[in-house]
Design a protein. Sequence first.
Length: 702
Amino acid sequence: MNSIALPLAQTGVVRGACPHDCPDTCAMLVHVQDGRAVRVQGDPEHPVTQGFLCTKVNRYVERTYHADRLTVPLRRVGPKGEGRFEPATWDEALDDIARRLNDIRNGPHGPQSILPYSYSGTLGQVQGGSMDRRFFHRIGASLLDRTICASAGSEGWKATYGDRMGPTPTEAEHARLILLWGTNTLTSNPHLWPALRRAREAGARLIAIDPIRTRTAAQCDEHLPIRPGTDAALALGMMHVIFRDGLQDDAYLRDHTVGAEELRIRAAEWTPARAAETTGLPAERIERLAHEFATTRPAFIRLNYGLQRHRGGGTAVRTVSLLPAVTGAWRDLGGGATLSTSGAFKLNSGALQRPDWIAPGTRTINMIRLGEALTKPDAGVGGPPVQAFIVYNSNPAAVAPDLGAVRAGLLRDDLFTVVMEHFVTDTARYADWVLPATSQLEHWDVHTAYGHLYLTLNQPSIAPVGQCLPNTEIFRRLASRMGLDDPEFADSDTDLIRQALKSDHPWLAGITFERLVQEGWVRLNAPEDFRPYADPRPNTPTGKIQILAPELAAHGIDPLPTYIPPAESAEADPERAARYPLMLLSPPEHPFMNSTFVNVPSLARAAGDTKLLLHPSEAGERGVAEGDRVRCWNDRGHFFGRAVVTEDVRPGVAVSYGVRWAMHSDGGRTVNDTTSQAVTDLGGGAVFYDNAVEVEPAPDRG
């Protein structure tokens, strides 16, 4: 049953895959000497990776052999939150965990009082979502709605186009106008940049639409500093001009969409003057952008998840994504829009996860509302109180919103918490048991992508450090100790990969485990001339691109593209905006990957202390000077940072890059102490950027 006893090369180069939450899903080469990894590099033969890795993953060896790496199971010996543990054996850990979980599932509140919590610590199909799902489905645990990153935009796209697909870097280099909309490409999608550079060399213009002058915006031909959360208003203003001036593609709209006439009427309401007032961009610039987009072929929009992290985020993604349908840009190679390419990968997730084992009536808890789930379940999550909390591939005490509520829940003496991790993170400090998990260099996995069309195998390159085990093996052993005797719990990791590949979709035909072992990565059998919506037959209810999506109305959502003001904006809540007049954005810090890599010394030095960016007008009004220690706060919480006074942010906006660990932060608080457990219009996603705050000077620490 143990799937980790594998023959490993003591010296050589092993093919792998970057596991992290990034569209690029790089093909890695791991250099091994005498059984130890000494270097990782991007595969130079991979068409997207092209031989380089990002700032973060270049340090993967440093992270793997970090002095603080967990190597044995740890049992809590001090109060929760203090991080005091003693080493234990695997038998002690697994026996105790199995006994306590069985007691809970057979107790008065039943198995739904057990809550798993995981997200994208790895995007691997095996270590991220296979044996763990089988385990929790079989014992009858609550289901987790994994919404924290992409669900709003994903649901918006699904309601409009069905499967998430769009131009990849291979196609994007053919574009001649490129709108980078709500994306800091150089930080969050760096392997797209070489394609954009080639496009620019061939004559393309790059325009960044972002409230922040990011490192990407600074490299573009133009930066449009839009007000946060108003992207749908800009798209509607552009549509107004396109329809008004007869620049739409009537044939494409007639043949491939439903709701075009209704959209024309809706867009008529959004004059450039109205769009300018809402977005903070000049009306004449909105006019010019609309003309550029409608008359330049091919025109491509790379939209990312930043623009969906407010109350109307799902509708915003939906609205922006329809611009290529209005102009017919989908007809062109490299034209259209990309949010994600993940819909192209039709792996057999049902075989991996066994959703047929889910008991009817099992509740689902939205991970955004973790604070409520752990402290006041009657406030909305419903069902029994959470008595056991099993965390893997995530660090909720750092990444979840409203961290004050999350910490209060994790401090409960009656909450049994198990964390599978590489380090004693903020979350692990509250655990009753911390179990050492393998890194990507130490286990098998297979990876899809959401920025290209290549399926990538990860082979273990080194033996597990210390006593670390893969997630899959931990759940196998727990299942055995809890008396679960289904043969599916005996499947090895390589068995799981083979099962994932058993798909009847033609794009996966001929892609086998053996082929992946031989080649490392394989492109899906998608057309080489990839134009996913040139002649679309999307799997929407109407079989067409749904400008009008009637099924949304059944959920109380406008079935047409529209603009929904951020919940904490002056438009929606003027009283709150008067108390907290700055909208705080918290995009990724360049050297970090969410809360991963935060404790890698070289990357922590590169990031420096927490910073709070303010426009000079906002800093002056508050008596804040460059380098001052400041307190950023609202009624949910506060954190401290060092002021950066810069015109790279708009007036009315504050920026603090994340995600930090509280244990490494000034005052033990981070940006997520101020964020909300509210959810988006579609998909129940996080509203991290719908966050009104105030900033004030703070005395330096003595």
